[in-house]
Design a protein around this ligand. Sequence first.
Ligand SMILES: [Zn+2]
Length: 469
Amino acid sequence: MNEEEKEILVENLYDLLPATINLKNLLGNEVFISWFLPRLKLIKEIQRWPQEKVDKLTQIRLKNFLTHLNNDSVFWSARFREYFLDIQSRDIFAELFKLPVINKATLIEWGDTALILHNNAPTIDYCTSGTTGVPLRGRIDEFDMIRNELLYVFEPDVFEIQRIGELLRRKFVLLIGRKSTGLWSPFSEYFPLDVYSAISNKKTRQEIYNKILDNSFICLSAYSSIALELMKYAREDGVALPLIAHISGEGISSEEERFIYDTTGVPITFQYNCKESGSVGEKCPINIGSSLYHIYRERVLVEIVDDDGKQLENDEEGNIVLTVLDRTAMPIIRYSSGDKGKILSKLCSCGRLSPLLELQGRQKDVILLPDDNTFNILLFRALFVKEIGLKNIVKYQIIQKKKDYLEINIVLRRNIGSEKIKLTETIMESVLHNKVKIDIKIIDHIGNYDSGKNKVFVSLEEYGKVSCV
Ligand SMILES: [Zn+2]
């Protein structure tokens, strides 16, 4: 790292961004834009830096972060003492690994005591459902979000650095079906979806197309199932949308993802996000249709551990544990995200030197079988879609209502006959070892939830549970 890189990335000495900058005054803010662009350029370059150079950077970042927590938080300094951390140590990574791995239940138990207030910066609180049904209340510092998280919106190659200045001066994103309280808010317009304005409705679609074209929106942000639905229709309607689709939220199957990419030519940015940590990594174009993500190693340290917290080698599958170096309001240190995966030892052929994380399906995204075995929902969905034929499907939703009963609601594009439905039921039942009764119901409309989220799979645990507001 040269001095300029160090100053831009570590920024403990010359932080040129005034703390008064917030989401309300961000749009077209020239002070912000001139600070942001060199930093973004560097973040894009880092993805191709050799590991040793990145290690030097993360070492400094980790040390600064732990020092900050040690000085500014009674909770964290007590915790570091309890585990005998030496923050002055030359091997700061070894010190970090003295701390035990924690999970969502730990964060819920800690509650507000582990949070940190500083800068008097505004904070954004959010809520995610806990594994035990207890919601986790989390907090993000708005200043952190602007300085760090916004970089990762533009990190994917499809956002060329020359264009970003122009984009930061106008609204360029259309949010469909979900509002943003976070970093999209200054740059986006919201298009609500409800029972009366579904994407299957031609008038609604025309409104969306007009909005995109009239306002020169270049980015679409929606849950994957909604983006997929819109793209499929746009293709049928013969409308070319000059868009980048930013997809997150519930996973779509590889087949579906590949389908959007191949048939529409729409570039997709697909990030592995978790609320508690922000962006962990990004899928490069080569890996569309797979579950491989390049790790943003300059902002998040990813470990793979077994159930006892022991670190595993590359190519071994285990629990994904995250340490986030740029979130200060709710520190995420050796946090088990609840996802499983492995880090590959082979590098990607795209030229990025950041390692690949192969993500397994979310742990809760499984069909529970009566004998307490489970079946991966992504695999189940892929098989189901293949059986019915992707081109015949407008939308579908799988709901596990009982351990031995699965309901699949489906909106079809054309009649495929009741024999075909019966046959699919039988085939899908045999996929689940004939332990679960499957009932496919053809309906006219599947509504979105209040949040605009069209959930493709409702697990037994989630079924009937009230979501957190
Ligand atoms: Zn790659």
